[in-house]
Design a protein around this ligand. Structure first.
Ligand code: URA
Length: 438
């Protein structure tokens, strides 16, 4: 087989065989096919697309390019969850202990990530003592005893995707639905779960800006998952404004703890109950998502989920005391309030700009080498649709780098749109894709 012929075949819009896709991925991982040929192939894929069969083959080839986790030692059905990412998205911090409290093991491999705030791993690292680098044996042991473990994803999982994603980043081939879908699903499949619940975000703070693109991505991922024998469902959810009130690593941990105490923001609680309900329904604990929601709401309200969170922190060396005393989380030296310049209603909060503000304050990384300020970020005091009076606090900004405050405040001011009319209520859940309605 020659890579030249496979580039040409895809350029002409023909379908590649399973063996041909394996040849490309294995060759690229082993460095026997150079970047320039794979770049040309990616561009051909970008314009000609991949059939569902090719997309599933690409996913499996990337999943099998490294370690595929074997979770069979852990009793019961294992369910994973993935979010395509958004501003203030701390759902994993709530869902992992909540779903484990329902008896379903949650074996989570998470990333650090670039962008407005860190990933789940950075958020957990703002908890003093929390160890995100436990070895495989301890990971499995912890899952058997505690039913929940969250560790940093290593390069051993889907290394072909890591290499291909970096190449896509510099060849303008990231924003392509079959390539995004196979990239995400390859890592989920390598992480070993039998069932997968996807949270596909749509809006100004998300990868997908239009409902059409978000639904297309959701459908493609659900199709891949089910084609390769994983029960997969996707919810398309709103990211036109940040999720909850907190954006920033330690601030988000505090908000997740409030939610586990039954006191968190309504949108965050609602989304966690929806996603969690699908997780436990796919695991067979409940018969329907509606039943799952009330089952999980009880676990939040009676303290069971919070106890599971404490157990989880203790198992990974984290400071359990901070569950009752949030001042034990990293605290910023500088705080500044943003006040409403006029009265009216909050008509919009541009989530992407809020993300930029959080990053500027120190909550996120621009390059992989950057350090995160765990205490940095912001708390919104108003969300879309809320009435405001001139001088009301719209948000509070937190940082250890005072020099950044003025610019951050200006951007944040511009991200709020205040007008006379109350905007129509925003939908949080735009739709559900299951194998039945792809
Ligand atoms: N996230 C991924 O993991 N892969 C993509 O291609 C895009 C977003």
């Amino acid at each position: 087989m020659r890579m030249y012929d496979l580039i040409k075949k895809k350029r002409l819009g023909e379908e590649l065989t399973t063996e041909e896709i394996k040849f490309i991925i294995e060759g690229y991982t082993a460095d026997t096919i150079p970047d320039y040929q794979v770049s040309a192939w990616l561009m051909a894929v970008f314009f000609q697309g991949l059939t569902p069969r090719e997309t599933a083959d690409l996913t499996m080839a990337m999943a099998q390019s490294g370690e595929v986790l074997d979770l069979s030692e852990i009793p019961g059905p294992k369910v994973d969850k993935h979010s395509t990412g958004g501003v203030g998205d701390k759902t994993t911090l709530v869902l992992a202990p909540l779903v484990a409290a329902a008896g379903v093991p949650v074996a989570k491999m998470s990333g650090r990530g670039l962008g407005h705030t860190g990933g789940t791993i950075d958020k957990l690292e703002s908890i003093r003592g929390f160890n995100v680098a436990i070895d495989r044996k301890s990971f499995i042991e912890q899952l058997k005893t505690t039913k929940v473990a969250v560790v940093a994803q290593t390069g051993e999982l889907a290394p072909a995707d890591k290499k291909l994603y970096a190449l896509r980043d510099v060849t303008a081939t990231v924003d392509n639905i079959p390539l995004i879908s196979s990239s995400i699903m390859s890592k989920k499949i390598a992480a070993g779960a039998q069932s997968i619940v996807l949270d596909v975000k749509v809006g100004s703070g998300a990868f997908m800006r239009s409902l059409e693109d978000a639904f297309a991505l959701a459908r493609t991922m659900v199709e891949i998952g089910n084609n390769v024998g994983r029960n997969t469902v996707a919810l398309v959810t709103d990211m036109d404004q940040p999720l909850g009130f907190a954006v920033g690593n330690a601030l988000e941990v505090a908000e997740a703890i409030d939610t586990l105490k039954g006191q968190g923001p309504t949108d965050l609680r609602t989304l966690c109950l929806e996603l969690g309900a699908w997780m436990i329904t796919l695991a067979g604990v409940t018969k329907s998502a509606a039943e799952g929601k009330s089952y999980l709401a009880n676990l939040l309200d009676d303290g069971t989920a919070l106890s599971k969170f404490k157990e989880f922190l203790a198992a990974q060396g984290g400071d359990v005391e901070l569950v009752e005393d949030s001042e034990l989380l990293p605290q910023a030296k500088h705080k500044l309030d943003l006040l409403a310049p006029r009265s009216g209603y909050v008509q919009a909060i541009a989530a992407d700009e809020v993300g930029t503000v959080a990053m500027l304050l120190g909550a996120g990384r621009v390059t992989k080498e950057d350090c995160i300020d765990a205490a940095a970020g912001l708390i919104l005091h108003k969300k879309m649709g809320d009435p405001v009076k001139i001088g009301d606090r719209l948000a509070s900004l937190y940082t250890n780098n005072e020099d950044r405050l003025a610019q951050a405040k200006e951007i944040l001011m511009n991200s709020f749109k205040i007008g006379e009319q109350q905007p129509p209520a925003k939908k949080l859940i735009h739709g559900l894709i299951t194998v039945e309605n792809i």
